[in-house]
Design a protein around this ligand. Structure first.
Ligand code: NAD
Length: 363
């Protein structure tokens, strides 16, 4: 990361009370940025935002809804950001089957409201909309998706994120077009990451948090969908990707105003069972309860991301392999569980370690 780009830079981050958002605040603070957060209160209890005491790192902390355009616009006008990251979302597939309308409202209208608010200030130069690997129409052909493949989405969450991509493209073409960049000076991109793991995720129905919750209680974790393959990565991988992309948008403008995948290398796109076995290995003990015939709502069997574009255009590359990512996650969880000390110190240490490994080219 180029510290000169970030030092003193005004950044507006939605979803700052969430899992990824809290790591993002910690990273931005380390880079010297002045962060305004805009989001609902943490959705889980415990939450990383509270446990790691993220709030004092913020210049401004708004607890508000992205569906509320007037409040969002006002917050953006007051903080006059130069870089915007949009992460606020209803991010769970299973929850989207229970609350489809709320999921579409937050994820689609919320994205339009963020981009509309960007239009209301003249300071923004770069916007990164965080979507997901699930935005692609998935014929389960077991080939990694490229950025120009067809958007789709079987379940409401995936479809809402594909819609968020379409909204982003429409705003880019209609209001932040490359041809008129000199007038508006805004470059807008989207970032599609894989299944993220790391310390401090308590969301329900996510494999690694569910496994860790069970192991902490000495229970046998239930493995719902053992053969499903996902692009697993540590949370610092996509975050470094989002920061890297924002730097390029900020410095070079519309040349980077496109979608980018931030997935792991092929060796880390592994089935659920393999991830669960690796966690037990890192944890040091435990047994699994593998469900033989899953009967929950539909979830994709295979979902793979091609990261070639981010490697070539942004010189971004995955740093920690799956086992290292799981080891860092277990380290964080045990540290938290045993109340070993300041969690922010541990997060800063993990970020520093990640940067060191990145500069050594470790994959
Ligand atoms: N965690 C993953 O594996 C993963 C993978 C790919 C993409 N993503 C995307 O990354 C982003 C962050 O995900 P996360 O895992 O940190 O989720 P999270 O549930 O931990 O955080 C979601 C955040 O959004 C906020 N939020 C929800 N509804 C809101 C609303 N109506 N108005 C304002 N704020 C609202 C929450 O308060 C919270 O701060 C999401 O856009 C998600 O779709 C996550």
């Amino acid at each position: 990361m180029n510290h000169a780009v970030w030092s003193g830079r005004r950044v507006f981050l939605t979803g700052h009370t969430g899992f990824k958002g809290s790591w993002m605040v910690a990273y931005l603070k380390r880079l010297g940025a002045e962060v305004t957060g805009y989001s609902l209160a943490p959705l889980t209890d415990p939450s990383l935002f509270i446990e790691a005491n993220i709030q004092p790192l913020l210049a401004n902390h708004h607890l508000a809804d992205v569906e509320d355009l007037a409040t969002l616009k006002k917050a953006m006008q007051e903080s006059r950001p130069e870089i915007v990251f949009h992460m606020a979302a209803q991010p769970l597939v299973r929850e989207s089957y229970v609350k489809p309308i709320e999921t579409f409202r937050t994820n689609v209208l919320g994205t339009a409201n963020v981009l509309e608010s960007v239009r209301a200030v003249d300071t923004v130069r770069a916007v990164v909309n965080v979507t997901t690997d699930k935005v692609y129409e998935n014929p389960e052909h077991a080939k990694p998706f490229l950025e120009d493949e067809k958007l789709g989405g079987y379940d409401p969450y995936s479809a809402s994120k594909a819609c968020s991509e379409i909204v982003t493209a429409a705003y880019r073409q209609s209001f932040f077009n490359a041809a008129s960049y000199r007038e508006h000076k805004v470059a807008v991109a989207s970032a599609r990451a894989g299944n993220v793991i790391g310390g401090g995720d308590w969301s329900p129905d996510r494999l690694v948090p569910d496994l860790l919750k069970a192991l902490l209680k000495d229970e046998k974790p239930l493995i719902r969908n053992p053969v499903a393959v996902r692009p697993w990565q540590h949370v610092l991988e996509p975050i470094s990707g989002y920061l890297n992309l924002a730097e390029k948008l900020f410095q070079e403008g519309p040349a980077f105003a496109e979608p980018f995948n931030f997935g792991p290398d092929a060796s880390d796109m592994q089935p659920v069972l393999k991830v669960a076995e690796l966690i037990l290995e890192v944890w040091g003990k435990g047994e699994l309860n593998v469900q033989k015939s899953p009967n929950g709502p539909h979830e994709a069997g295979a979902l793979l991301l091609d990261n070639t574009k981010a490697k070539k255009r942004l010189h971004w590359h995955p740093v920690w392999n799956l086992k290292t990512a799981l080891a860092r996650t277990v380290e964080w969880t045990q540290h938290w569980h045993q109340a070993k000390g300041n969690l922010m110190d541990l997060m800063s240490h993990q970020i520093a370690q990640y940067e060191k490994d990145a500069s050594n080219g470790r994959g």
